[in-house]
Design a protein around this ligand. Sequence first.
Ligand SMILES: C[S@@+](CC[C@H](N)C(=O)[O-])C[C@H]1O[C@@H](n2cnc3c(N)ncnc32)[C@H](O)[C@@H]1O
Length: 309
Amino acid sequence: MPAPLEHKPVLSRQVVELLEPQRCRRIIDCTVGLGGHAAALLEKADPSCRLIAIDRDERNLRLAKERLSGFQDPAGDRVRFFHAGFADIQEVLHQAGIDKADAVLADLGVSSSQIDDPQRGFSFVSDGPLDMRMDPTGDAPTAAKLVNTLSEDALADLLFDNADERRSRQIARHIVRARQVQPITRTLQLVEIVRNACKRHMRARINPATRTFQALRMAVNAEREQLAALLAAMPRILEPGARVAVISFHSLEDGPVKFAFSSWKSAGCGRIITRKPVVPDDEEVAANPRSRSAKLRCFEWAGRIQTQA
Ligand SMILES: C[S@@+](CC[C@H](N)C(=O)[O-])C[C@H]1O[C@@H](n2cnc3c(N)ncnc32)[C@H](O)[C@@H]1O
């Protein structure tokens, strides 16, 4: 039986405390997913507050729409849903007829509804097509396309740059050797190839394919470029006094967020609210092991708008 499509929002109470929805007129949830954070924010917000809900995954957007239906107004204006990526955020705001927001949330990465569905190809524990596109309707290449067409050097660079995989050259060599026998089309086929590539070094605490899957997912979905575009758009879309909160799950996500926040602070654009990132407590990690690597950072915009070229 397929796993139910669910996602437990991470650090939800802390997100609400930091973004203070009570004082917001407009909130943007850039990663609405299944609507968990959005619901928590709307619960505390004034009925006049509007929420722009964005996601690249149409199925998640549909699930969020159901989940948030109780907050909707009869005209369907209070919560508006947009199938879009971070890089399109200004176009989304244009379509929504607003130019700035009082709170912005980005909860990076993939949802459990995506990981737990083997047909999406994100999981290295159950077999499925090697896909990994958050937006299967777009023109991004699938993970299968990347592993079957990139040169050995390009594959090694991809694994190293997107996941700090120390065995990138070895794994790339095994991938190229395997695809000469038959195309690599399934998740567990790739897991087996990585396992063979790492056989001599395995200490088996984590699945040896973890970093390979992370790197491919990041590349397929251009996640670093999307995050850079989102951070670059912030100065143009934050109202004076607005807060932006970002939840990241590994250092290649957290690093750019931390860097952007300190650059904004140095430029006199506002203040960092979370001197250290907020992390889940033991109780949350026990209830939701996927939250264990989460880091939440929040910045308050002061109002000196500095548009970047
Ligand atoms: C961790 S989940 C968010 C879960 C959500 N906060 C909740 O409470 O249900 C991340 C979501 O962001 C979406 N996503 C990731 N990168 C994106 C991007 N660049 N643009 C738009 N959506 C993105 C994914 O499709 C996924 O639904």
